[in-house]
Write a protein that binds this ligand. Sequence first.
Ligand code: SF4
Length: 491
Amino acid sequence: MKIAALLRGIEMTTRPIQPESRTALERRWEQLPEHAKTPGQLLGRAAVGCEGTHGVFPKCNLTCSPCYHSADANKVRIDGAHTLKGVTEQMEYLRSIRGPRAHAQLIGGEVSLLPARDHAAALLAMRANGREPMSMTHGDFDYQYLLDVVLDEDGKPRFDRVSFAAHFDSLMRGRRGAVRPRDEAELNPFRAKFADMFTTLKRDHGIRSYIAHNMTVTPSNLDQVTDVARAVMEMPYDMLSFQPAAYIGDDRRWSGGFDTVSIDAVWSRIEAAAGHPIPWQGTQFGDVRCNRTAITVNAGTRSTALLDPEDPRDLAARDRALAHFGGMIFGDTPAWIVAVKVLRALLAHPGDVPFLASFALRLMRRAGGLRAVASAALHRRLSFRTFVVHNFMDAADVAPAWALMKQGVASDDPKIKETQERLGACMYTMSHPETGELVPACVQHSVLDPGENVGLRKMLPIRVLPQPPADGDLASTHAATDSAGSRTRKG
Ligand code: SF4
């Protein structure tokens, strides 16, 4: 009896796609609007989409223009107990609705304002619910803070790997050493220093990392995207993500011309930096008007796109991989279990082998050939890099579109119709266990954040100085008196 149970356990553990994952993916596919059900769509076939926290630490100590957080965000005190409770409840809800595995951002205000122990506890709560957490930060913290997050009181690693996304651009004010950057290039040493912390972490403590570089793009820095991308590609970032600015969040931080920065304009500048096309049409993550993603393979000095959407053989390999491997869980899984899962999938679909093998050969050829790839691998210069452009929408469109969607009404207005289509295919979700809702991040920031922060401001007030300063900058007053000990946020 015990042996039978053991064998059943091994069979389930090594099953390529867990039944719960399959159910979650099928439900996700079912919920997608028809226009998003394309052959390259990853939602519902390989992943349920990204997730993010909200309302768990709204405050930030830098100033961005634009800022997606509501005007009240800086009037809410950082409180580790509140953070942990909120993160846990949101993640448990996401786990119950969206299945056992997803990538989730620990996001809200500035994550490094959390005491390190609370930051670590939040990451563990996310992991406990099958979420692969990414801490979203402005990157202006010291190495010691990182150590305090990832090491326990005895100096032992709490994690075998961590994931951070750092936001660097010249639209930010208040960074130590670059309070008011004149251009993007001035931030390159800070970008490099941030990435170097994780190289040191791996060397000294064996903790692996996945790090992303984020940049908001407005007309004022659009033409610097190529130089930024070129510089960051020389640094050990795994992902370069760009967000064209939208009229969302704090309207005191808006300026003109955001709508002139298109997703195509940003992408072409990334390609100019890479020195070769990065075709993204082979895969889709949600709606192509929201999000564009592509992966490159880097073999030493040569780099190439992972997938060539012009090559039908690549597309056939993609289709096979999505059909038979999509939803396979690799993270937090011992290597031998992953190997058995892959083997079982291949044994179940032996016809995939020639497709996948010929894809691998073509990819190797594009990356410079066997010798170049082998040499890069030998010298640890073989890597993958992900490029993303995420195009948030304006609050003025999201609010009416969402109000109608809640009533089950499809708008006839072309702009609101497009907004509804994009919201329906959203790949970036936030959870509201208190109402049983999952909402797109655009809706969170456009519709829900202001009310949520009014409530949080009452629940977690910041002690105010008896005498306000002459310039009446209440947010600075709060930052200066915040019991979390953050520095003044204005540069
Ligand atoms: S609806 Fe908004 S949050 Fe969702 S994928 Fe589109 S731009 Fe992103």
